[in-house]
Design a protein around this ligand. Sequence first.
Ligand code: GLV
Length: 318
Amino acid sequence: MKKKVLVTRKLLRSNEERATKFWEAKLNLNDEVYSQKKLIELSQGCDGILSSLTEKIDEKVISSLSPTIKIISNFAVGFGNIDIEAAKKKNIVVTNTPDVLTDATAEIAMLLILGACRRANEGISYAKKENWKWSADFLIGKQLTGSRLGILGMGRIGRALAKLAKAFGMEIHYRNRSRLSPEKEMGAKYHEDLKSLFSVSDVLSICCPATKETKDIINKETLEYFPTGAIITNVARGDMIDDEAMVKALTNRKIYAIGLDVYKGEPKIYPGYLNQPSAFILPHLGSATKKTRTAMADLAIDNLEEFFNTGNCKNKVN
Ligand code: GLV
């Protein structure tokens, strides 16, 4: 008998076709963002859920999910939207989609760096208003060549970004829970603590997971460690930045510009950023290419299949 799987969001067509070959898939053809109540109702009688970052699957939801649910396959590398401990207690396996989105996300990290350093937000708005005039000092930005890039979190995405940034002539520094092997480090300089990393970061890229330890890691005190005029970019999760302190630092020019693909409370953004001309902001586009989104959904499907066939999954996170 075919397994029943609730697919919470609309996937690309080829992925939905694949899902329906394997399972009796409850697809979301109108791409409605399900409330917690609706998710619980729709899960009745299903064997698994293919979830997305847009559903908050907290302890309350997990305790009310159909007892037939044995796996939640999250269509993302991050899984902060799911209470993985509560899932574990209920014997529900949670999986994610690592690796396949590394390059696409590193590209967006590079775009944030370029956009923030070269004043893309201001440039776009001048170009659209057709009211600009070339002059030798018009929209002067910061050049990447020869500047120091600090990478906070040297996992797959951090390392892919290091390679790209090196091609732009940047010098790479990093901080990670543990030091990488020389082959993985590829000449990047390891820093034992945050202060040491931030104090050499002309540009910072946040690439680390959101955890209790990294919450608000950029705050009033740590912002002081940066060289005046530094640029901060974030391609990981909004949780890492204390927005009030960040906007103050932009206003008093301690920080020159910010590049954000992620922020607390998405799609809403801390309003203080909206009137900062130097804020270059994107709507969580890290993995948004056809190649990557297809590969992510295929992997989320494979994770379910592996679990249904073997009772386990290599991409299990709990
Ligand atoms: C995107 O933010 C992801 O975690 O996949």
